[in-house]
Design a protein around this ligand. Structure first.
Ligand code: SAM
Length: 334
């Protein structure tokens, strides 16, 4: 069995634990810390990559003690030098990214530099790369006296689901879209819509699970063009519409997952809050009794009040820190 960890947006650790327990056989969750979930498993990387809530996957190489003062970096250098990095065969460059939490008298950059020097001494044929250009990436997480040294197994194509996706300025991260889909508890009988689908991230993520219908729309042509491109060879239907006046009958949609327009991102309409209120009212109308609405909203303080007035019950909510904003995911039941 090998030890790994997955990084995840802070606040979504428990959802990732659920996903791991649901999707990965014979895998033990051995702990969580802020933004990380640790597992022990025999599964291979392709199997681990079936996780859709994780940002990146790392293989744990070792844990060791570190001092908190600058002269202690020499000891860190020696410890890294001692490592037989079996997974680190072949040619190419490497890089170490470090994080640091605690009262150290050195910076994370100095720690990373020392670690790279240790590796270079042991493997002089490998080049030290740059932050943006390297073939192999290690990660050194230092917290007080503890260091965790790991090998990064995934690149950005994992969390962004390939390079060729079209994004718009307001596009949601696929991992966050997936968390929202996960919170809707996907079922084969779901009639699922995203009324403000933008580039279609939520719809794309929903397609990983069985469904009866997946569709969405957006008022904006550019967003819709991106969604059509992203969903081109899929079963998801995308249409231009105004989410305040959906063409669906009352109580006809079982799951609605959407990322409401954010005032700062969306400039076509100055009264975003009024628009959001009208959209939420329409979501309530089309949702089946006991239907679920998972809604990501930022900066709309009245959402809970409006939802309650409409008749929604709040089941749970998750506060996120995303691209400098602090949106919340709300899970409502009608
Ligand atoms: C925050 S973005 C959604 C981003 C999307 N989740 C993605 O990943 O691309 C909100 C979207 O709501 C759309 N929108 C705003 N008002 C709308 C309305 N009345 N009807 C439908 N869509 C609307 C905007 O054009 C924008 O694309």
């Amino acid at each position: 069995m090998r030890n790994y960890f997955a990084t995840v947006l802070t606040g979504l650790e428990q959802l990732l634990v659920e996903e791991i327990n649901d999707k990965l056989i014979e895998t033990q969750v051995i702990g969580t810390t802020r933004g990380k979930v640790f597992i022990r498993t025999n599964l291979n990387l392709d199997q681990l990559k079936t996780l859709k809530l994780a940002d990146n996957l790392y293989q744990v190489i070792t844990r060791f003690n570190v001092g908190i003062h600058r002269p202690d970096l020499q000891q860190l250098y020696d410890q890294i030098y001692q490592l037989n990095l079996k997974t680190f065969r072949g040619k190419g460059s490497f890089y170490v990214n470090a994080s640091r939490k605690g009262q150290h008298t050195y910076s994370r950059f100095e720690a990373a530099q020392k670690a790279m020097e240790g590796i270079k001494r042991r493997y002089p044929h490998r080049k030290i790369g740059t932050a943006n250009r390297h073939d192999v990436e290690f990660r050194l997480d230092i917290e007080d006296h503890q260091a965790l040294f790991s090998l990064r197994l995934t690149d950005a194509t994992y969390r962004f689901r390939q390079n060729q996706r079209s994004f718009t300025a307001a596009s949601l991260l696929p991992t966050v879209a997936h968390a929202m889909v996960w919170l809707s508890k996907p079922k084969e009988t779901d009639v699922f819509i995203d009324p403000c689908c933008g580039s279609g991230t939520i719809l794309s993520e929903r397609l990983s699970y069985p469904f009866t219908y997946v569709g969405g729309g957006d008022i904006d042509n550019k967003a819709l063009a991106a969604a059509q491109k992203n969903l081109k060879n899929s079963f998801a239907e995308v249409t231009q519409w105004d989410a305040r006046e959906l063409k669906f009958a009352d109580t006809s949609i079982s799951k609605i997952v959407t990322n409401l327009p954010f005032g700062r991102q969306i400039s076509f309409e100055s009264e975003t809050k009024e628009v959001n209120q009208a959209i939420l009212t329409e979501i309530y109308r089309v949702l089946t009794h006991q239907g679920t609405a998972v809604i990501l909203s930022e900066g709309w303080s009245k959402i809970l009040q409006v939802a309650e007035t409409l008749g929604f019950s709040l089941i749970e909510n998750y506060n996120l820190s995303l691209k400098g904003l602090h949106p919340t995911i709300y899970v409502f039941k009608k």
